[in-house]
Ligand binder design. Structure first.
Ligand code: GLN
Ligand code: ZN
Length: 768
């Protein structure tokens, strides 16, 4: 009979218990013992849930107080020197949190380690700092402790480790970007061998090493390192069987290396990894167990169980009946935990969804059903009915939306006038000074605003009362910007909880969960919207606020929208049509809003696309395919306006070199970008490309409370104009101000305006 297996399980708790306990610990409101107890409870609940579902191979060590990569850094003792970790002691929990978030207390003032996105998910991991001086040693026995903890509770588990090759490849050397971390493999392996030896001695039957780095483009040298690592580990494994687990896509050129390794099992993502299946069909797996990742761990839809059983039948013939393990496509930490709590979701829609616990049940059902369909007859019946209702539901299919997408023509994807023609008409309408100043959209979200939103949602504050609060906030923000002397004003986005949720809530085809939290990083969790049906816009979403703001001032007020690609990338999207199709529908909805803003006399409109870059496929060869629809979708949203309407876009990243052509192709009149590190290389990419539209390289970092002096911003601008045509340069911060306080924001913006004036050669204003 096929075995069942889960790659990993959410750690945050159905009620966000981990967040509460961790933040309380940081605030000194609960003891370390309390926090540890919460962790133990969450672990036990997870193991029990999987055991009760009938899962054979239950993961342990997928719990974490912050991040599994940071756990690995602690395990191998790769603590950077600034945390003053004694060489002969285990890594303490407070040191662990200091690495994650920095620390400022009695004599200690240390910055956090860098955090970055985990492959193409919205999860962020703490980047290992590796260099020639890195010394590894066993400094945390967490994997062994948790294995024993589960066993003491009567549950046999599979300890999961971040594999040594992926660990090194995920690291960084800040002093020398060319440092080859794989030179550290021999010494790192010593620690892994020690951990594996302890797990072996403790009686672990299986140990899982996650090697997701194999779904990225890899060199021969990197694949050789894989062989070195797993030959050494398998030599030391004894009776313990090794699983190498991959996820998030195809292993491509790594397949043959993996198939030749002396390990027991290989995990492949067969949901997203379409080429993985071809490789298996062609080459088999040389007598190894196949961990078949069929149940999608990245999205919230039910599995098509009949189709999966069909595929499993084929796989069984390929690898042998006693060598097949049914699994999730990746860790379930990327989905919410329990669907059963979503009592406000429409029941029909809910029948189409599966969160982590439901996915666990699907995996178990598939393993059982492969040999005995009768045993899961009820499950199959319900699954078929739900899939059918989803396929034919009028909620998912709106013929009018489909017809509209079909009816778009080339012309809908292009502004009528050339860049120069547009610039000329915009200049005559807007009459802005050189080095125009603006912000990215949001102003600080005050406690009063959050409170007003909450009591409006709870029905305590009526619509009129809520609107009055928003209008007075908008007026305050407009007056403030006038006083500061900004040129293009914003309404401040006080009405928005989240830049995607705000739009999703007003569009057809979107649903929202009450408890569907997913960890983004540390104690920050997000609740992504679910796009279940064809998307359209029933009515204007932002016009009234922008119009109100514009009515208060002579300065142009910038309308503020989230772009289609960002809405797509930050939601759970439907899997029954291509992403490009969903994106086009969203683009048309945003286009309607853009056109309405123009009709309401808004002359500058910004369409934010901070997630355009992170949507890039993991493998380079797939980039063109993605950009070929993502970029046109942006243009579709932006092209319904006249030449004199100025379209802005904004992106919060600084890495443009490899996609500059796509950025230019967006054809936005103005782009504001992150550049607070005043990176000459970044601007050089624009220059070398002969980028011909206007650019606002962020002149200060809004992620820090620090208020930079005006001359610091002036010198940023001077650096920018040394590379870029000064007539095309805007002056703005890095990103939105919503997480800052007013006492930081006001002086920073005043300095920014002073810097712009200095660039124009205007005398500095007399300040009090
Ligand atoms: N307009 C948004 C804001 O100012 C942009 C946020 C973002 O880029 N992530 O908050
Ligand atoms: Zn931003």
């Amino acid at each position: 009979m096929a075995l069942s297996h889960i790659v990993g399980y959410p750690r945050i708790g159905q009620r966000r218990e981990l967040k509460r306990a961790t933040e309380a610990y940081w605030d000194d409101a609960v003891s370390r013992a309390d926090l540890e107890a919460t962790g133990a409870t969450l672990r036990l609940e997870a193991w029990q849930r999987m055991r009760d579902a009938g899962i054979d191979l239950i993961p342990s060590n997928t719990f974490s107080f912050y991040d599994q990569v940071l756990d690995t850094t602690a395990m191998v003792g790769a603590v950077p020197a600034r945390y003053q970790q004694p060489d002969d002691e285990p890594v303490d929990l407070d040191t662990y949190f200091a690495m994650a978030r920095g620390a400022q207390s009695d004599g200690l003032d240390v910055t956090a380690m860098e955090m970055t996105k985990w492959f193409d998910t919205n999860y962020h991991y703490i980047v290992p700092e590796l260099g020639p001086d890195t010394r590894f040693r066993l400094a945390s026995t967490k994997p062994v402790d948790e294995y024993l903890e589960a066993r003491a509770a009567g549950i046999e588990t599979v300890p999961v480790l971040v594999g040594p090759v992926s660990y090194l490849l995920l690291g960084k050397n800040h002093d020398d970007p060319d440092f080859d971390a794989l030179t550290l493999l021999p010494s790192l392996l010593q620690v892994y061998l020690e951990v594996l030896g302890r797990l072996r001695d403790a009686g672990a039957r299986w140990v899982q090493f996650d090697e997701p780095a194999l779904v990225l483009d890899r060199t021969d040298g990197e694949l050789e390192a894989l062989t070195t690592a797993y030959e050494a580990l398998s030599n030391a494994a004894g009776e313990t069987q090794i699983i190498i687990e991959t996820y998030f896509g195809d292993v491509d050129e790594a397949f043959h290396t993996l198939a030749a390794l002396p390990v027991a099992a290989i995990g492949l993502d067969l949901h997203r990894g379409k080429r993985n299946l071809e490789l298996l069909r062609r080459h088999g797996l040389r007598g190894k167990y196949l961990v078949a990742g069929l149940v999608d761990g990245r999205n919230v839809w039910i599995n098509d169980l009949d189709a999966s059983l069909g595929l499993l039948g084929e796989l069984r013939a390929l690898v042998g009946a006693d060598r097949l393990i049914v699994s999730s496509s990746c860790s379930l930490m990327h989905t919410p935990i329990e669907l059963g709590r979503e009592n406000r979701l429409d029941p029909e829609l809910r029948s189409w969804l599966a969160f982590a616990n439901q996915k666990v049940d699907e995996v178990a059902a598939l393993a059982t059903g492969l040999d005995d369909r009768e045993a899961i007859a009820d499950v199959l019946g319900a699954n078929r009915a739900a899939l059918h209702s989803r396929r034919v539901s009028p909620r998912t299919n709106d013929p009018a939306v489909d017809a509209r997408v079909r009816a778009t023509t080339e012309a809908d994807y292009r502004r009528p006038g050339s860049v120069e023609a547009r610039r000329e008409s915009q200049r005559s309408v807007l009459r802005l000074p050189a080095f125009p100043t603006t912000t990215i959209g949001s102003f600080p979200q005050t406690p009063e605003l959050r409170e007003a939103r909450a009591s409006h949602n709870a029905g305590e504050l009526d619509d009129a009362g809520y609107e009055a609060v928003m209008e007075s906030e908008i007026e305050r923000v407009i007056r403030l910007q006038e006083e500061i002397g900004l040129d293009v004003l914003v309404h401040g986005e006080p009405e928005r909880n989240d830049m995607v949720e705000y739009f999703g809530e007003q569009l057809n085809g979107f649903a929202f969960t009450r408890f569907g939290w997913v960890q983004s990083f540390g104690t920050r969790y997000v609740k992504p919207p679910i796009v279940f049906g064809d998307v359209s816009r029933p009515g204007p979403m932002t016009v009234r606020w922008s119009q109100y703001a514009q009515s208060l001032t002579q300065h142009p007020v910038k309308g503020m929208l989230t772009g289609p690609v960002t809405i797509l990338n930050w939601s759970f999207i439907r899997d029954d049509q291509p992403r490009s199709e969903t994106c086009r529908q969203i683009a048309l909805a945003i286009r309607d809003e853009v056109v309405d803003l123009e009709a309401a006399n808004i002359r500058v409109i910004q369409i934010d696309e901070p997630a355009l870059r992170e949507g890039l496929p993991l493998r380079r060869k797939d980039w063109t395919g993605y950009l070929a629809w993502a970029v046109p979708c942006f243009r579709l949203s932006a092209s319904g306006v006249r030449d004199e309407t100025q379209i802005h876009t904004h992106m919060c990243y600084a890495d443009f070199n490899d996609i500059i052509e796509a950025i230019s192709d967006l054809d936005a009149d103005v782009i504001s970008i992150e550049n607070s590190r005043s990176d000459a290389e970044l601007l050089e990419a624009f220059r070398a490309f002969r980028y011909d539209k206007e650019i606002g390289p962020g002149v200060y970092d809004i992620h820090s409370p620090r208020v930079p002096p005006a001359d610091e911003m002036t010198s940023h601008l001077q650096e920018a104009t040394a590379v870029l045509d000064p007539r095309l340069v805007w002056v703005n911060p890095d990103c939105g101000l919503k997480t800052r306080r007013y006492d930081e924001t006001v002086p920073a913006l005043e300095h920014m305006v002073a810097a712009a004036r200095a660039m124009r050669g205007e005398p500095a204003p007399v300040t009090s």
